[in-house]
Design a protein around this ligand. Structure first.
Ligand code: PMP
Length: 359
């Protein structure tokens, strides 16, 4: 196979070592005579995979004991609705910060359950920056405040955890979980689809503080109820077993890289080099306020958009895949999650410079 680098926003590149291990274990997991796909989720083999998965995530993110870790189906999108349905309790409103397309979807999901107070929005500048914390209008009567630490489409990322006083802070970390150190104890709830930094699609992780569990609306089916799922260790029904297994392999890979602190340094370097290359070019530009630029998703446009097609086709020929920007914003986007090696980013930078020189 020719060497390719996949810059897809998700599902996205996985570490080669993980894919190779999955390949080696595909037909016979550790002498069990079965593929993980064929195992009973209640059997001893799969139970050990599930336990290691939970333990490793707790260790990597230093999740305190008073938080439950759930792996649920329906992706991050399902949580847009299940978060309010689970944690509003007797409150009727929730605050949301709108920093882009994924915040908007979370707001839409919540509106079926409660009044949404949009505490701040950067819509006026096309989501190219994060509204100053001092301008946020926080309603103390709200059940929680929701934000999207990394907007996958707009390429905008919070560099710090916002202080919202006593309100539980809820974060959609789908596109930056495990990419940088975060203090879990500052959050009420963290959730993320698995298909970017954690593995393949098929699950969403929900890390939720104990005091937010047990307030679900009565009409909520058990399968979506955090308390019921926590009691059953996310196995109220058959979980996405193969996805759990692969996420487990990714977490073991990340531990072998030195954990979140080590990968954060690499992510910092990758993003820094790519933005520097974009900023010094006459052809490429990135519209996001420098302080709010994402380390994971780097959107950029070509000053002459008639070159877009040639850029994408030449990139593909040379093994740089999935660089087309999201249809809602156009241009290009390079997603450089944990599994993208520094060599991939360096090769992309060289390719971009060469394309600029010849066009
Ligand atoms: N939130 C963010 C920040 C995302 O990037 C995505 C997917 N790209 C989602 C939510 C939706 O995830 P899912 O497809 O797992 O529902």
């Amino acid at each position: 196979m020719t060497k390719v680098y996949n810059f897809s926003a998700g599902p996205s590149m996985l570490p080669q070592a993980v894919l190779k291990q999955a390949q080696a274990e595909m037909l016979d997991w550790q002498g069990s005579g079965m593929s993980v796909m064929e195992m009973s989720h209640r059997g001893a083999e799969f139970m050990s995979i599930a336990k290691t998965l939970h333990d490793d995530l707790r260790e990597l993110m230093a999740v305190p004991d008073n938080y439950q870790i759930l792996f649920l189906q329906g992706g991050a999108t399902a949580q847009f609705s299940f978060i309010p349905a689970n944690i509003l309790g007797d409150k009727h409103k929730a605050c949301y910060i709108n920093t882009g397309a994924w915040s908007e979807k979370a707001i839409k999901g919540a509106k079926s359950y409660c009044d949404v107070v949009v505490s701040a929005t950067s819509e006026a500048n096309n989501f190219t920056s994060i509204p100053e914390r001092s301008t946020w209008n926080i309603d103390e009567q709200a059940a929680y405040l929701h934000y999207t630490p990394n907007e996958t489409i707009h390429g905008v990322e919070f560099q710090d955890i916002p202080d919202v006083g006593d309100l539980p802070l809820v974060a959609d970390m789908s596109s930056n979980i495990l990419s940088r150190h975060i203090d879990v104890s500052k959050f009420g709830l963290i959730y993320a689809g698995t298909q970017k930094n954690m593995g393949p699609a098929g699950a969403a992780v929900v890390i939720v503080r104990d005091d937010l569990i047990g307030k679900a609306q009565k009409s909520l089916p058990d399968i979506f109820n955090y308390e019921k799922q926590a009691k059953q260790e996310s196995m109220l029904n058959t979980p996405a077993t193969y996805t759990w297994y692969l996420v487990g392999l990714v977490l073991q890979w990340l531990k072998a890289q030195g954990g979140v602190a080590a990968i954060e340094q690499i992510n910092q370097r990758k993003a820094k080099s790519l933005y520097a290359a974009i900023d010094q070019s006459a052809l490429y530009s990135n519209p996001v306020a420098v302080a709010d630029r994402s380390r994971m998703n780097v959107p950029f446009i070509l000053s002459d958009d008639t070159l877009d097609k040639a850029f994408l086709s030449t990139a593909k020929e040379q093994g740089f895949l999935a660089l087309k920007g999201h249809r809602s914003v156009g241009g290009m986007r390079a997603s450089i999650y944990n599994a993208m090696p520094e060599s991939g980013v360096e090769a992309l930078i060289q390719f971009m410079a060469e394309f600029e020189r010849t066009h």
